[in-house]
Design a protein around this ligand. Structure first.
Ligand code: C5P
Length: 223
């Protein structure tokens, strides 16, 4: 059995994060949530008072950041930014809004893509993001593209935020999902696209377990 490189791409709220984590757990692989990496840079930039327009300062900031993942026993994936657990702060609505702007800065993408390639080079990884199959690992052993309607994804994010105690409107959350899709798909650098050779999964109307079984079945065909 070889240690595979598994790429999972898709829009926000498609179920990617949960499913990547579960798939990695089942295979005993490392889960790399690249969205969390862009969010961590956005958090660090916001704390340092650096604007998305200041590319040089952002490049310098990235050079000094150490982002790691720790899989928790209870199933959670913790994100460590220079040793600090930022798993909570990177999900704040203000950081969610800032992240796409930070993620479209070429110097930021260069720095993070290089780090993602280093982390994944040995295989035994599930990488999750927007450009994994298209840019980071175009030669991944298997690529998945997860999607669902904006209403479905907005509703999921709304439930998530409510569970964490954030006061938000459902309509507003759906609009934010649509807005984020647009920024992610229309930007010039590494836009979200469906890789041609990806296995498509519409997660709308499927339970998490059902999607996980499909992912595992597809992985088994190449193992
Ligand atoms: O997946 P998540 O919603 O946490 O990603 C947050 C943001 O990070 C996305 O809206 C997108 O702008 C950016 N991102 C990216 N490339 C990736 C992963 C995330 O540009 N590979």
């Amino acid at each position: 059995r070889r240690e595979l490189i598994i790429a999972i791409d898709g829009p926000s709220g498609s179920g990617k994060s949960t499913l990547s984590r579960l798939l990695a757990e089942r295979l005993g692989y490392l889960n790399i949530d690249t969205g969390a990496m862009y969010r961590s840079v956005a958090l660090a930039a916001s704390r340092a008072g650096i604007d998305p327009g200041e590319e040089e300062r952002l490049a310098a900031l990235c050079a000094g950041l150490d982002i790691r993942f720790r899989q928790n026993g209870d199933g959670g994936l913790r994100v460590l930014l220079n040793g600090e657990d930022v798993s909570g702060p990177i999900r704040q609505p203000a950081i969610s809004r800032l992240t796409p702007r930070i993620a479209s800065v070429p110097a930021v993408r260069e720095a993070l893509v290089a780090q993602q390639r280093r982390l994944g080079a040995e295989g035994g990884v599930v990488l999750e993001g927007r450009d994994i199959g298209s840019v980071v690992f175009p030669d991944a052993d298997i690529k998945f593209y997860l999607f669902a309607s904006a209403e479905e994804r907005g509703r999921r994010r709304w439930l998530e935020l409510k569970a964490k105690g954030f006061e938000v409107e459902l309509d507003q959350t759906i609009r934010e999902v649509e807005e984020r899709d647009r920024t992610d798909m229309e930007r010039e650098v590494a836009p979200l696209i469906r890789p041609e050779d990806a296995v498509d999964i519409d997660t709308g109307g499927l339970s998490i377990d059902e999607v996980l079984e499909r992912l595992l079945a597809a992985v088994e065909t190449i193992r």
